[in-house]
Design a binder for this molecule. Structure first.
Ligand code: FEO
Length: 162
């Protein structure tokens, strides 16, 4: 059985994962309005991954006899100055999410909740990848030049994500 504090903290994280999905879908919509369909596809897949993260925690809360309370999802912004600005935000956002996961791990340790600690280890590893990918793409954009004409090839590469 989850403690009330842990249940509340995990419900908050479900909300933040769904916000991440919403943010990335918003970024996908932004790329759809331009010519960068590869970036749009990459973001759409990323949004799906975030939904899966939310469901992983949702399923866990239920499995532990807790109650999944779905909270209101904040609306993300709809416009960015460039692809580079989008990925600066993705990188910063993922670093923030890493902080949230770390805080949940700390709480699990404090409560001696070994099952939650174990479940969260998947997210600890996932955040390493999330930050790495965002930073890698940001680095490529900076190297190539943060203007649509220069990003044509990268857009093609991004579109290969399955
Ligand atoms: Fe669910 Fe991108 O962290």
């Amino acid at each position: 059985m989850l403690s009330k504090t842990m249940e509340e903290a995990l419900n908050k994280q479900i909300n933040r994962e769904l916000y991440s999905a919403y943010l990335y879908l918003g970024m996908s919509a932004f790329f759809e309005t331009g010519t960068m369909k590869g970036f749009a596809k990459w973001m759409r897949i990323q949004a799906k991954e975030e939904q899966a993260h939310a469901l992983k925690i949702y399923n866990y809360v239920i499995a532990r006899g807790g109650k999944a309370n779905l909270l209101a999802i904040e609306a993300p912004k709809t416009k960015w100055a460039s692809a580079g600005k989008v990925f600066e935000e993705v990188y910063a956002h993922e670093q923030k999410v890493t902080g949230m996961i770390n805080a949940l791990v700390e709480l699990a340790i404090k409560e001696k909740d070994h099952a939650t600690f174990e479940m969260l280890q998947w997210f600890v590893k996932e955040q390493v990848e999330e930050e790495e990918h965002a930073n890698e793409i940001l680095g490529k954009i900076k190297t190539i030049g943060d203007v649509p004409g220069h990003l044509f090839y990268l857009d093609h590469e991004m579109g290969k994500r399955e």
